[in-house]
Ligand binder design. Structure first.
Ligand code: UT7
Length: 330
């Protein structure tokens, strides 16, 4: 959709906590081994936020503070903050409000947005539309998750996958072509039963029984999710390219959600797209849910060139999925 004012990403920063949970340490916790984890997922280690009283906002705040500093942005200039997360500090107030307080975003308002592993692309699309109205000049989009808070470290099928991290981008208005150009977001409710957290919401409020049963941890039936993820990302990328009259040869980088190295290889193969133009850092951080894409943008920030064509793509619980087409703006 072409409007007069568009949104551009004018900065990105990430944060990962110090503690490294290695495959060797996981071998001491559950019946698994380094070879299985590397060959089935590509993950070598993940970061974990340790310490009393720590929460998802503690992953977001360092990223937002560093982002403001590097873009010379006064915290009081920020209009809005949109936070993608499934591990909010508490169900309310929103983590966005807590970040506003901790960072000193004195004039901003904000809200949390849930779309599981697709959270960042849903939040980026939402935030870009606030810029396109002309009413917002500086909007921060955060993807942050403390997955260790909802991971069962006795379940080998899931505990090897997830890590903690946060990332943030600054969105500003532009009349230039280097901007967020199009977004193709989808959901498929058939996926609800394969990836979810049973308890803690209004359907199954917290109780001694459901905590004893481990229902406050995330559940995943990995195999079907894998298949849907590959097809969902390929289809949404193909659709967004088609409606913008571009082909894979026009794409400089694909920046995908990092859930499994085999998924990334299958997506590249399915699109016949070179794997060395796909950003991959899953080996270092595992699946950090809403944070994977901003962490990749942060790591590749100095490699991208102004005007590069990027496709961001994600797939997650819901199912939610999609692809964003943008031109890198700096
Ligand atoms: O980010 C949101 C979206 N999520 C995803 O995209 C995740 C998609 N799914 C996956 O990435 C993969 O399905 C997993 C990595 C989760 C699992 O890999 P898989 O190749 O699908 O394995 P599987 O679940 O089919 O299990 C194969 C075998 C099973 O043993 P049997 O039944 O064949 O004897 C599992 O019990 O591997 C066993 N297994 C393990 N063995 C050692 C499962 N987890 C482990 C483990 N270590 N950690």
């Amino acid at each position: 959709m072409k409007t007069l004012v568009n949104a551009k990403i004018s900065g990105v920063h990430g944060y990962v906590p110090e503690y490294r949970l290695t495959n060797a340490e996981l071998e001491t916790m559950v019946d698994t081994n380094d070879e299985w984890i590397r060959s089935r997922t590509g993950i070598e280690e993940r970061r974990i936020l340790k310490g009393e009283g720590k929460a998802t906002s503690d992953l977001a705040v360092p990223a937002v503070k560093a982002l403001l500093e590097k873009t010379n942005t006064d915290p009081a200039e920020v209009d809005l903050i949109v936070v993608a997360t499934v591990t909010e500090d508490m169900s309310f107030p929103d983590t966005a409000n807590i970040i506003c307080d901790k960072v000193g975003l004195s004039k901003a308002y904000g809200f949390d947005l849930h779309a599981a592993c697709s959270g960042f692309i849903f939040a980026l699309t939402t935030a870009a539309q606030f810029i396109q109205t002309g009413l917002h000049k500086k909007v921060i989009v955060v993807g942050a998750d403390m997955m260790s808070a909802i991971t069962d470290y006795t379940d080998r099928k899931t505990c090897i996958l997830f890590g903690d991290a946060g990332g943030a981008v600054l969105l500003e208005p532009t009349y230039d072509d280097d901007c967020i150009i199009d977004s193709n977001l989808k959901c498929n409710p058939e996926g609800g039963k394969f990836l979810y957290k049973k308890a803690g919401g209004s359907l199954n409020p917290a109780s001694i029984e459901n905590v004893k049963a481990g229902d406050h941890f995330l559940f995943q039936d990995g195999r079907p999710v894998f298949k849907y993820a590959v097809n969902g990302m390929i289809d949404s990328i193909n659709e967004v390219m088609e409606r913008n009259n571009i082909t894979k040869d026009d794409i400089d980088w694909i920046v995908p959600h990092q859930a499994n190295l085999r998924i990334l290889n299958s997506v590249a193969k399915g699109l016949d797209f070179p794997i060395d133009k796909v950003t991959i850092n899953i080996q270092k951080y595992g699946n950090t849910t809403s944070a994977t894409i901003p962490l990749c943008l942060w790591e590749w920030e100095n490699t991208f060139k102004k005007g590069d064509n990027l496709i961001l793509t994600a797939f997650g619980g819901g199912f939610t999925f999609g692809a964003i087409y943008l031109k890198w703006a700096y």
